[in-house]
Design a protein around this ligand. Structure first.
Ligand code: GLN
Length: 342
């Protein structure tokens, strides 16, 4: 698309959250409402994840004023997995720019599962989507740094700045995944064969696997997401992590691809850019307002946390976060009731 609107200043579409006591109460209610739902399965294709306690469920809402409201196991640490893709993508966008990332990695949904090798073959090696493994490995390969160690340090430091605290590697998960990530190695080799990555494919997979193994909590996810909601400034630490344009671009990508092949359904039901990971985390971002971080290891067949989706849907609705929802400005403030209202 020709970006002929670049001369027009980007105005932001913001709104207000309800008061903090209401947000706090709704966070507790969202947790209570879905805590007993035991649908779904713990991911077991990475042996280290199979040991996760299926009972665990925590969530947090982070606001752009820096307040964070948690419920349940919101401090429990787990490996970030695919949610790292969103934040590494933002960092790489910041480093290489809008045009390069769009050409190299693409911004469209492949409609195929996150670990699809076929998607790479179907598109002449073009990853198409930065939120599935092929595009994420290609994105990680673009992280600034002369060596894998330098690239890893850039990622660890960058994601820690999003979280507002030093994030640590979960060594057990990292080693467990490195022993079983043959598909990702195949994807990286294919990307290399098509000239889509410039570094050694095994180094790209190693760094990608490390980024997926960083330990976060639902509370961390809420703060990381709130940083994307706050034009790139971490609302807790006050530090600028990425530019406001990068947040806008990242959220656009998350809206179309963040929930894998269920992204359309998610947007239809919940109306927020979001990213999930197979360890059971989800972060959903309400631009200009804040973010919801959830954690529960029981997943649906696409790899999205069941309780996390339900709780986020509840909070999106109750807090007025759906970016597509509006009511007539000059008539009634309440949307008209429809027979088939859901
Ligand atoms: N590290 C995992 C993988 O590459 C991440 C997948 C995910 O969270 N969807 O398979």
């Amino acid at each position: 698309m020709d970006r002929t609107v670049n001369d027009v200043a980007q105005q932001v579409s913001t709104g207000a959250m309800p008061g903090w006591d209401r947000v706090e109460a709704l966070a507790v209610q969202a947790h209570a409402r879905y805590a007993s739902n035991a649908d779904g399965h713990v991911a077991d294709y990475i042996p280290g994840l199979a040991a996760a306690d299926p009972e665990l469920f925590g969530l947090a809402v982070g606001e752009i004023d820096g307040s964070v409201h948690g419920a349940g196991a919101c401090e429990t640490l787990f490996s970030i997995q695919s949610i790292s893709k969103a934040f590494v993508y933002a960092m790489v966008c910041d480093a290489v720019g809008h045009g390069v990332i769009k050409d190299r990695v693409g911004v469209n949904n492949t409609g195929l599962s996150f670990n699809s090798v076929i998607a790479v073959e179907l598109n002449n090696g073009h990853p198409m989507n930065p939120m599935v493994n092929a595009g994420a490995i290609a994105t990680t390969a673009l992280v600034p740094g002369a060596t894998p160690a330098e690239q890893w340090e850039v990622i660890r430091t960058g994601l820690s700045r999003f979280a507002g605290r030093q994030l640590e590697l979960d060594g057990e998960i990292y080693h467990s995944e490195m022993r079983t990530n043959q598909r990702n190695r195949a994807i990286a080799q294919l990307l290399e064969s098509y000239g889509r990555i410039d570094i050694d494919p095994s180094d790209a997979v190693d760094t990608y696997t490390r980024q997926c193994s960083l330990r976060v909590s639902a509370r961390d996810l809420a703060v990381m997401g709130a940083t994307l909601a706050d034009g790139g400034v971490n609302p807790v630490t006050g530090e600028r992590v990425v530019s406001d344009q990068v947040c806008r671009d990242t959220l656009a990508v998350l809206a179309s691809t963040g929930m894998y092949e269920r992204s359309g359904e998610w947007l239809f039901e919940i109306g927020l850019p979001a990213k999930s990971g197979v360890s059971g985390g989800i972060v959903a971002i309400a631009p200009g307002k804040g973010a919801i971080g959830t954690f529960s290891p029981l997943l649906d067949s696409a790899g999205n946390s069941v309780r996390g989706q339900l709780a986020t849907a509840y909070l999106s609705r109750a807090l007025g976060l759906n970016i597509f929802a509006s009511a007539p400005a000059h008539h009634s403030s309440a949307p008209a009731a429809r027979k088939d209202a859901v």
